[in-house]
Design a protein around this ligand. Structure first.
Ligand code: ASP
Length: 434
């Protein structure tokens, strides 16, 4: 097949063209035209992916749990999966802290820039603070209470309630294992049939991926450069060290931790792994949403990486909801950066608090664009740094969101491959072609 007929190449071409168009539009002042005529196609594509995320989590998790057929297997796989998710997130936060304490990007930020950024993003901060405030006012066990829905349709009405849908699906899957075979079979068949339908819909949606990605990237660039392209350049100039710290941390985590774990626990080669999940990574980069990317992450894991449906149906929807290594790492770097720029010295105790709160916050972070920055306010308050400090980083948040979402999706895929391999449910890697 000619290379340009392959979907991931078409997506890459869409991304590059979107970036080129975005830069041109920023220089020519085509912001309004882009908003009116280009950006809606990106929104349509994103809406389609989001539309399918909830049905996919629901059907996949129920089938995933029910097909495990017994409790022993469920608790073995469940504890391995959650253990690995939490461990990799804690490592990610630690890497973030090491990098930011080495580079010290906050100390390099001139006082004048701090004041300018604070004034520029005042209104944005107020909006996000409101959301964070309502989260803060709740008791310590509220996140646990929030996980348990009181109305199924209420939870299914918003993608932000994914954790509640995960809870319901696990409950339904467990109940399904326990009922008699003659009752279980038809219910299972219906749900698994629905899962097939949902996956087919993903195929259809992906046909417009190149156009969707083009529009999303073009819109991101023109929105960032709404006051002219010099705005991006000056933001990157003043926040360059901070961005570098986040990106270096993400690269270290992806290259050493994931690749190391894959080498240790599976037989798949790094290139085979990366090639298999590249479509999901590209989509994560362009949509900044691991929830919206989930359908494609699952498709890549099953069809390209060769992980069984039984494992992927359980591990990946769970991961998209609770495992966000990139987000947690970014939150650690951002928290220390803001403290440094505000002239606050963090004690070791406060840095340990960052590890704990960032791991927990990333579990509760919704898999949608910009969710990480709201949870960051809660981390900042936990270490006595004013939440208004997020004004310093909002300007570049979208760019970093794109990068951290790629790591979130890569992390889910790596853990999925490891669990599949440990359960003997990962196809052997293809023989190298000569
Ligand atoms: N956009 C991220 C995700 O969907 C969450 C975040 O860090 O804001 O994975």
């Amino acid at each position: 097949m000619a290379w340009y007929k392959q979907l991931h190449w078409q997506i890459i071409i869409g991304m590059v063209m979107g970036a080129l168009y975005g830069v041109l539009a920023a220089y020519q002042g085509w912001g309004e035209f882009t908003q009116n005529w280009i950006s809606p196609f990106g929104k349509i594509f994103l809406n389609l992916l989001k539309l399918i995320a909830m049905p996919l989590v629901l059907t996949s998790l129920i089938c995933g749990v029910a097909s495990l057929s017994d409790f022993k297997k469920l608790s073995r796989m469940g504890s391995k999966t959650i253990g690995l998710y939490l461990a990799t997130t804690a490592i990610a936060v630690t890497i973030g802290l090491c990098v930011v304490n080495t580079i010290n990007p906050g100390d390099k930020l001139p006082k004048k820039t701090v004041e300018n950024l604070k004034a520029q993003y005042e209104a944005d901060v107020a909006k996000r603070n409101e959301v964070a405030d309502s989260a803060k006012e709740r008791g310590p066990l509220q996140p646990l209470v929030d996980m348990v829905p009181d109305n199924f349709f209420g939870s299914a009405s918003s993608n932000r309630n994914m954790l509640q849908i995960v809870f319901f699906s696990l409950l339904m899957g467990i109940a399904l294992i326990q009922i008699q075979e003659d009752k279980r079979k038809p219910v299972f068949n219906v749900i698994s049939g629905l899962q097939e339908v949902v996956i087919k819909i993903v195929f259809i949606i992906m046909l417009i991926a190149p156009v969707g990605v083009f529009a999303l990237i073009a819109n991101t660039i023109t929105t960032l450069a709404k006051d002219g392209p010099h705005q991006i350049v000056s933001l990157l100039g003043s926040l360059g060290w901070y961005c570098a710290a986040v990106i270096i941390g993400l690269l270290i985590h992806a290259l050493f931790v994931y690749i190391g774990l894959l080498k240790l626990f599976t037989k798949i080669s790094v290139t085979h792994f990366l090639k298999s999940i590249s479509q999901a990574q590209l989509l994560a980069f362009s949509t900044s949403s691991s929830g919206a990317t989930l359908p494609v992450t699952m498709k890549c894991a099953e069809e390209k990486l060769g992980a069984s449906k039984e494992v992927s149906s359980f591990v990946l929807p769970l991961g998209a909801t609770i495992n966000m290594d990139g987000t947690a790492l970014y939150q650690a770097v951002a928290a220390v950066f803001i403290a440094q720029a505000s002239g606050i010295d963090l004690t070791t105790g406060q840095q340990i608090t960052i590890v704990l709160t960032a791991v927990l916050a990333s579990v509760g972070t919704a898999a949608v664009p910009g969710a990480g920055v709201v949870m960051l306010i809660i981390i900042l308050e936990a270490i006595n740094v004013p939440g208004a400090g997020i004004a310093l980083i909002l300007g570049v948040d979208r760019i970093l969101d794109m990068c951290r979402t790629v790591v979130n999706v890569t992390g889910d895929s790596a853990v999925n491959a490891i669990i599949a391999s440990s359960e003997n449910q990962l196809d052997p890697p293809p023989a190298p072609t000569t």
